[in-house]
Design a binder for this molecule. Structure first.
Ligand code: OOB
Length: 562
């Protein structure tokens, strides 16, 4: 039924997506990377092949592939009945639950495009995403960790004329809100698969939007197609040794590319394995590993460190089933890497990836030296790697430089961002990762640093510019610079340097961010008030000098802290 209540339709996704050049696309098809299959096709094929295997586990709930397939199609039809149409965008901000999987896959079957918001995002970020993606729906938990997502979503709805549908996991309080448990429930009567098939999206079309940390303020939307994301998930599953016997524990928020498809939830489902929904708290994770005989999971370095510490303090859980611990999202220190096998008893797999595409993995049978001191190598023979100096010239083999990349699962541009794309991509389509790497003769990459103005706080990429923009709203701050400060627990924390003529405190900065509804993980951890900021020869703020300054301060303070 056509939806006549809508004022007009949001602009089509394809209007704002930079496609791969046609000859390159043909090459990817010829080489078999793009197989013309949608994520929905793949999940249903697995469900048909192993209907009675358990696909998803959440607390006491277990769901077979048959149940999953039925619920996906039932949910797809219910979304259709609500008025959602192929190419509509829906913001998905849900914790790791069965509903996350059912809703996301239902959207993918229908060609409705999920925008993968993180649970930590707040009004500031979600409001922006709703406008930028021209979303027609938003799915949120009622409350999570004391935060009322439903109220936030309802408030955001007021400002966005297309945002008609509010789907709530938990009790719907707002009039008109839809109960996600019911939406994702089993069908009342058998669902005709052919009916849902009639909506089947083209495999070259955008399947979902991942979010980039984004160097310039708010997150950028990364359009990932069915073809590219199926390859991303399946090839990742191959290099991680996933198969029907895999039991994957989802500890990181599933909206992240890493737990979503590297190989994560999708990679596990596409090879018939089992996904256990969880959190990264070591107590939860270890209990689930023991109970469900988990074989693989993925974490960021800060969590790997916590798990190691927790294991030493509480060695009683049986973690014997765990074969692989994947660690990525930020640089894992070589010393921590070396402790994974002795303490946790499993193989470490380093993953250097990005929502923008390129994935590097150490292989499970690599020598210890590779596993513990490198961030792995690309998964596809057609992943192109270029390491360049500041002038854009290739560096001599083995020297560090800025990593550029192209490939069959690295899109050629962000969504609706022509100006940013002109900077983030070269004219011939290379994505500037902003990471400083060197490539060893064996092909493995070592991440040596970063050329982009970001702070990597426990795997969350935070744009320095965004923090500075908040700082400028604080009365009295005339100059601000956010830099990473080293931290033993989180890898890096946010340090804000400010020039001010008043008594400004860190709390003042937090208050401004709180009022703006910014995600908590972005809040600066420290404020350093200075008389002036150092500048480079061309007059830019010298962040290198600031990073050195905060590192020195921390070292000097160390004796006092112990
Ligand atoms: C993953 O994706 P994003 O998009 O949240 O962040 C990407 C950036 C990279 O450009 C790099 O700066 C950093 O995060 N990064 C690493 C790293 N993995 C990611 N830096 C050093 N060592 C590593 N192992 O973080 C992501 C996506 C898919 C799989 C794994 C991680």
């Amino acid at each position: 039924m056509p939806d006549t209540t809508r004022p007009e339709r949001p602009s089509p996704t394809s209007d704002h997506v930079v496609p791969w050049p046609e000859d390159v696309a043909r090459h990817y098809v010829r080489r078999g990377y793009w197989q013309g299959r949608t994520i929905g096709d793949e999940v249903l094929a697995v469900a048909d092949a192993r209907p009675d295997s358990v696909a998803l586990v959440e607390d006491g709930r277990r769901m077979t592939y048959r149940d999953l397939a039925e619920r996906i199609d039932a949910a797809a039809l219910r979304l259709g009945e609500l008025g959602l149409r192929p190419d509509d965008r829906i913001i998905v901000q849900l914790p790791n639950t069965i509903e996350f999987a059912v809703l996301t896959l239902a959207c993918l079957r229908l060609g409705v495009i999920p925008v993968m918001a993180l649970p930590g995002h707040r009004r500031h970020e979600i409001d922006y995403l709703a406008g930028h993606a021209e979303a027609v729906a938003i799915a949120v938990p009622d409350e999570l960790r004391g935060f009322d997502h439903q109220a936030m979503a309802a408030a955001i709805q007021q400002d966005h004329r297309w945002l008609q549908h509010l789907l709530v996991l938990g009790k719907p309080k707002v009039p008109g809100a839809v109960d996600l448990h019911s939406l994702c429930a089993p069908p009342d009567e058998p669902v005709s698969r052919a009916t849902v098939d009639s909506y089947r999206p083209d495999s070259r079309s955008v399947a979902l939007f991942l979010l980039s940390g984004g160097t310039t303020g708010l997150p950028k939307l990364i359009p990932r197609t069915h073809d590219d994301y199926v390859y991303n998930a399946k090839r990742s599953a191959e290099v991680s040794g996933f198969g029907p016997d895999t039991v994957y524990y989802a500890s990181l928020p599933l909206a992240h590319n890493f737990p979503l498809a590297c190989p994560g939830l999708l990679g596990t489902l596409l090879c018939g394995g089992r996904v256990v929904m969880g959190t990264h708290r070591p107590e939860d994770a270890f209990a689930a590993i023991e109970r469900e005989r988990v074989t693989a999971t993925s974490v960021v370095p800060a969590i790997a460190q916590r798990w190691i510490d927790h294991r030493l303090a509480d060695p009683d859980r049986d973690l014997g089933s765990l074969e692989v611990l994947q660690v990525g999202g930020a640089r894992l220190a070589d010393e921590v890497a070396r402790r994974v096998r002795p303490v946790l008893g499993c193989t470490l797999q380093q993953v250097f990836g990005m929502a923008e595409g390129l994935l590097n993995y150490t292989r499970l049978d690599d020598p210890d030296d590779v596993i513990c001191t490198t961030q792995g190598r690309p998964i596809c023979p057609d992943d192109e790697i270029l390491i360049v100096d500041d002038a854009g010239q290739p560096v001599p083999a083995g020297s560090p430089g800025i990593l550029l990349t192209r490939g069959p699962y690295t899109p050629r541009g962000y969504y609706r961002a022509p100006e940013h794309n002109a900077r983030a991509f070269t004219a011939d389509g290379w994505y500037r990762t902003g990471d400083i790497v060197r490539q060893r003769p064996d092909g493995n990459l070592v991440v040596e640093g970063r050329d982009k103005d970001m702070i990597n706080r426990a795997g969350e990429n935070i744009s320095a510019e965004e923090i500075e923009n908040f700082a400028y709203r604080v009365p009295g701050i005339s100059l601000a610079a956010a830099v990473a400060m080293p931290d033993p627990e989180l890898g890096e924390r946010v340090c804000l340097y400010a020039v001010t003529d008043r008594d400004v405190t860190l709390q003042d900065v937090h208050d401004v961010m709180e009022r703006a509804g910014a995600a908590r993980f972005k809040f600066p951890d420290r404020l350093v008030v200075v008389d002036s900021l150092p500048t480079t020869k061309v007059g830019k703020i010298d962040k290198k000098a600031l990073r050195a300054d905060i590192a020195r301060r921390l070292t000097e303070e160390q004796p006092a802290r112990h």
